[in-house]
Design a protein around this ligand. Structure first.
Ligand code: NAP
Length: 351
């Protein structure tokens, strides 16, 4: 077995990379397990770099305004005062770009990155023992869990049957496939994700049906208006998805919809069904090891700290946050977790 690590970080979204940047700069020589690249992880939405890598433009991460960054900087500074050279004509930043830049930033400070999943943690003794998917174990004085959350499915047998053949939870990953181009598709959900997915799909599809179980969207006002104003999006209010229709040759061919107001079922022809109905935290490998909330998110045990129920294990990002769930809040708690870990290691004399 290798030497005992000072800190191991599990996860590779904004929380994980920010924790790594801070831990590396504090000479903790962090080792990041960023997750494995497998078909199983692809289908579950748990590939390395997390949810941010599955989005398009990021308009709300501070420091990356949409528009021409070069022009903004030219307007604000004399050339002689300019340190940052924004790429010419760059229009803001995309999710995949942003998280890739965070990963590079962590690596620039010496972070080591392993493209594997952690499948188990032994928290009974100290140092903690982590097992990876290749069966190897790694020891760490402190652990930061930043494994995020993944998209939910409804759990319909027909949905499972057509996964990868028209059913998806990621428009950005799958939306441009030929099967969706110039055909009608359906998006289930009424939150910001559903609007984002519908808006993105409207670039390819002929019509996007948004299937929402209530008569009011949960999405923020600006996003809700975007859906309402998009002529290609048709919101089917007070409606739930009862069945995905299809066959072995064509995959998804339609949906059967139920009304929540007692009206008759309707069928719509679609070639795709995109689920955008919230998320589940990636905490299965921690079952019974750490205290969880009722929704299986890791419980932060001290207000304003990233402490978990096990001393020396810290949690950051969406894996412990079912409320804010933003890239910037995940990055913020990632920073907090690294500082908490550093102070804990110092107090215990491990660093
Ligand atoms: P969300 O806000 O929890 O919305 C989930 C949606 O799915 C709700 O409309 C909900 O319906 C519906 N839903 C849940 N379970 C369902 C079921 N079993 N059957 C039918 N419908 C179901 O989740 P989200 O849209 O993924 O957003 C999560 C967080 O990320 C939010 O804080 C959001 O603001 C943020 N986000 C922001 C952006 C952005 O700013 N660009 C983009 C994406 C996400 P009800 O409304 O009836 O509960």
């Amino acid at each position: 077995m290798a030497d005992v690590e000072k800190v191991i970080i599990i996860g590779s979204g904004p929380a994980g990379w920010t924790a790594a940047i801070y831990a590396a700069r504090a000479n903790l020589e962090p080792l990041v397990f960023e997750g494995a690249i497998t078909e199983e992880n692809r289908l579950a939405g748990t590939l390395p770099l997390g949810q941010l890598s599955l989005t398009t433009e990021v308009e709300n991460y501070p420091g990356f305004p949409a528009g021409n960054l070069e022009t903004y900087l030219d307007d604000a500074f004399e050339k002689s005062q300019r340190v940052m050279m924004a790429p010419h004509g760059k229009e803001g930043v995309s999710g995949p770009e942003l998280v890739e830049l965070m990963r590079q930033q962590a690596k620039n400070f010496g972070t080591r990155v392993v493209t594997q999943d952690v499948v188990d943690i032994d928290v009974d003794g100290h140092p903690f023992k982590l097992t990876t998917d290749d069966g190897k174990t790694h020891e760490a004085q402190a652990v930061i869990v930043a494994t995020g959350a993944r998209a939910n499915y409804l759990g319909l047998p027909s949905e499972e049957k057509f996964k990868n053949r028209g059913v998806s939870a990621c428009a950005v990953c799958d939306g441009a496939l030929p099967r969706f181009r110039n055909h009608a598709v359906a998006v289930v959900g009424g939150g910001d994700s559903a609007v984002e997915e519908a808006d993105y799909l409207s670039k390819f599809a002929s019509t996007v049906y948004m299937i929402h179980r209530r008569d009011e969207l949960r999405a923020s006002k600006i996003m809700a208006q975007r859906a309402i104003d998009n002529p290609k999006i048709e919101i089917l209010w007070s409606t739930t998805l009862a069945e995905v229709l299809g066959n072995d040759t064509d995959g998804v061919t339609g949906v059967r919809l139920e009304s929540t107001k007692g009206e008759a079922d309707v069928e719509k022809e679609v070639t795709g069904v995109f689920l955008a109905i919230g998320h589940t935290p990636n905490t299965a490998f921690l079952a019974d090891k750490l205290e969880m909330t009722a929704k299986k998110y890791i419980k932060w045990t001290t207000p304003g700290r990233t402490y978990t129920s096990v001393e020396g294990i810290f949690a950051a990002g969406d894996v412990a946050d079912d409320y804010y769930r933003q890239a910037v809040t995940a990055a913020g708690t990632g920073c907090m977790a690294a500082l908490d870990a550093e102070r804990w290691l110092a107090a215990k004399g491990f660093h």
